[in-house]
Design a protein around this ligand. Structure first.
Ligand SMILES: Nc1ncnc2c1ncn2[C@@H]1O[C@H](COP(=O)(O)OP(=O)(O)O)[C@@H](O)[C@H]1O
Ligand SMILES: [Mg+2]
Length: 395
């Protein structure tokens, strides 16, 4: 039995979440054959135990089929991230979720949901346990984009099981309502819904919950930041100046809510023509990096306008999963890798902390940390559902 026979057999073992096998990825190393005994190393990039176990089992089965009796496989992986809840202080109403990522944008239609979907799928393909919460109650597009639009979640008591697709747990107001229904809700109702999505959905022990926020900066954003420590904020923008103005507001909001900013994704950045594969400039290109710098953060991906991205969204087959070899899928994967590295960095430095945006004041008084003296100057008493006038939904 030769090394070539062994490599040929291990080509039947695909890496979980990918179409490629572990030999093509170059993960198989140090093969030592001694009669009917074999030892080898599989050197992977994911630290998930399920990935290790699956590769060990499948590779052992392939090698036994070749006739080896003693199979010793050493799966090496980077050290697992520190097992900790990130709440240093302050509230975390979903403590079984390790990290929360807020995907926001200054305005609608810039590709926020598309980005949230593809980042979530990319992180799951990289071996993380990922959830995707569609918190855009007025425009819940995630179920269609993830291909679960016709599924209804299972209810258990007063809790709801998330749906699942592409290795990602999913929940959306769209999955709880009849198709085409609209929500006409006040800010306080949105805030309540965000809390319930975190508290009453039976999310697994997740490494990351990606949250697709409504556009803009408002009640939902504040409510999320007050309910859980948000580890990372990602802003999605298109390259036109008018869109960048709104993105500045979104980046400013992260700072005010004490959310560490992972970076900006420039979407619809250039057009890759499907028939000639050349890239042309439609909305402009490369305008975002200087804005990111203004807020001490960076551009983590430039995603072109590509018909395949829109088709992936409309048909519920995200491009990152369905065309993993495309340039766009690679860019989403690279953005997911930088996001995960950023999350590790935030945690290594002590984790996210939402104590600074916690309400410390009696009802009717501003709880926002944004305005100087807001907490010490009692606002006139307001009835429920009425704005306190600071623009940040503080009831
Ligand atoms: N890079 C892109 N190339 C082509 N179509 C895109 C791209 N990004 C988003 N789209 C499409 O644009 C529309 C709006 O995107 P969406 O993610 O729903 O935006 P938002 O959540 O910000 O409102 C969707 O139909 C989506 O498929
Ligand atoms: Mg959306």
């Amino acid at each position: 039995m030769t090394q070539e026979n062994v490599l040929e057999a291990l080509k039947n073992v695909t890496y979980p979440g990918f179409t490629k096998d572990i030999v093509t990825f170059g993960f198989v190393k140090d093969i030592i054959i001694n009669g009917s005994n074999i030892a080898l190393t599989i050197d992977i990039t994911s630290s998930a135990d399920e990935v290790k176990a699956q590769l060990n089992d499948e590779s052992t089965a392939e090698l036994k089929k070749l006739g080896f009796e003693q199979v010793s496989i050493n799966v090496t992986a980077p050290a697992a991230p520190k097992q900790m809840s990130n709440s240093v202080s302050g509230k975390n109403i979903a403590p079984h979720v390790k990290n929360f990522v807020m995907v926001s944008s200054g305005k609608g239609g810039v590709g926020k949901s598309t980005t949230a979907v593809n980042l979530a799928v990319a992180m799951a393909m990289q071996g993380k346990k990922v959830g995707l919460l569609d918190a855009d109650m007025y425009g819940p597009n995630v179920p269609r984009m993830m291909g679960v639009a016709d599924q209804k979640p299972e209810i258990e008591g007063n809790k709801v099981h998330p749906l699942k697709a592409y290795g990602v747990e999913i929940m959306s107001m769209g999955s709880l309502m009849e198709p085409g229904q609209s929500l006409i809700w006040r800010g306080s109702m949105i805030m309540k819904a965000i809390e319930q999505f975190l508290r009453d959905i039976l999310w697994s022990e997740l490494d990351v919950l990606v949250i697709d926020m409504p556009p803009g900066t408002g009640d939902a954003q504040l409510s999320l930041a007050q309910s859980v420590p948000v580890t990372a904020g990602v802003t999605v923008t298109t390259p036109q100046e008018v869109s960048l103005d709104d993105s500045r507001r979104s980046l400013d909001m992260f700072q005010k809510l004490h959310i560490p900013t992972a970076g900006v994704i420039e979407n619809m950045s250039g057009f890759i023509c499907p028939s000639c594969d050349t890239e042309s400039d439609i909305f402009g290109m490369g305008t975002t990096a200087p804005v990111a710098l203004e807020y001490d953060t960076e551009l983590i991906a430039r995603i072109p306008i590509e018909p395949a991205i829109r088709i992936g969204g409309d048909t519920g087959m995200p491009i990152t999963y369905n065309q993993p070899d495309s340039e766009t899928a690679k860019r989403y994967q690279a953005a997911a890798t930088s996001l995960l590295a950023f999350i590790d960095k935030v945690n290594a430095e002590g984790g996210a902390d939402n104590a600074a945006v916690q309400p410390t004041t009696p009802p009717g008084v501003s709880a926002c940390s944004t305005g100087a003296g807001a907490a010490s100057t009692p606002a006139p008493a307001k009835s429920e559902d009425e704005s306190c006038g600071t623009g940040c939904g503080c009831h």
